[in-house]
Design a protein around this ligand. Sequence first.
Ligand code: ADP
Ligand code: MG
Length: 379
Amino acid sequence: MTLAEAFRMTYDVRPSGVWSAPGRVNLIGEHTDYNDGFVLPFAIAARTSVAAAPRDDDLLRMRSLQQPSGDASVTLDALEPGRPEGWASYVAGVVWAVREQGHEVRGADLVVDGRVPLGGGLSSSHALEVAVAIAVNDLFGLGLDTDALADLTRLAENKFVGAPTGLMDQLALLRGQAGHALFLDTRSLHAEQVPLDPAADGYALVVIDTKVHHSLGDGAYADRRAACERAAAQLGLGSLRDLALDGLAQRLAGLDDELCRRARHVVTENARVPAAVDALRSRDWAELGSLMNASHTSLRDDYEVSCDELDVAVEAARRAGAVAARMTGGGFGGSAIALAPARRMPALRSEVVSAFAAAGWPTPGVFEVAPSDGARRDH
Ligand code: ADP
Ligand code: MG
């Protein structure tokens, strides 16, 4: 059954259209987006689709094929952070944010079908929010551009869902282009498409979904953000973006050990991103690999956001011949990204799966990804 058919079965009318947004993987530049820094994400082929139709009253009705018992329905005036809760907050939060920004909308019926693994660190949450945002934009003729859509999905995620995330994910999903990664300066929002086609040189990109999410991570994200703000304030800076790599050890000497390591991760990671862009431009996969590997070490030791499952995934991938492997996303579970010669893929998969089995953990997801197109209207 197509999503449009599922919509018709649910609401007895045809949808006005179907919109979709992809998941994303961040190649490098982790925990830099809330420090005004650089990131290098790309959109993946797995997408979340939303079929929708406007209503002429103020009711918002939501169904997800991934949450069969989670149908939700709310009137627009009743929307407020915390209401509704759960998965529907990602949908309702976008509609709430649209209204917060002063746009006129009516009610709508929606059905969601997501193929981005939920909670896997590939941003299924933003895929859902962005797909809903572009649907609402079209349904009510709001005429919002990419930056405005990114802003309002950030407002939804930060204020309605209550996750203090930066702007990287929305922009990666909205601006993604097949065969490219997005080099994004999260301060100026200047973005450049950088060709990323490892297959042309016999390489493959693979995601390892550890299938775990340690609850510790939720508080730790806010904690790391706060540490960065404290470090910047103690150094008299607006943000850690303004700290140069040259003379770093001296500049950090006055901070306590923990703040020093947090700041060092942000500054070294910020330097690795433009270097990775240069490596991509010259198709120097070995150089890209050493930058990505250094990123993992920094996230594990200085920023302390990795976990055993991510470290085991990364080490197993390297043992199987990956030139690069690192955690991607916020950490404490979720996914790792590896770059390996395509012919090593079967070995990589079995090495990772057996390392997890040996540790007594559930089987991880191991799948190839390729840079894909961003959010769009499909029908
Ligand atoms: P990630 O963004 O890394 O996948 P999050 O915890 O940020 O993980 O977001 C996952 C949550 O987003 C899910 O628990 C669910 O509430 C919501 N979500 C994402 N995709 C869907 C979907 N297709 N249907 C219903 N809820 C979804
Ligand atoms: Mg998310």
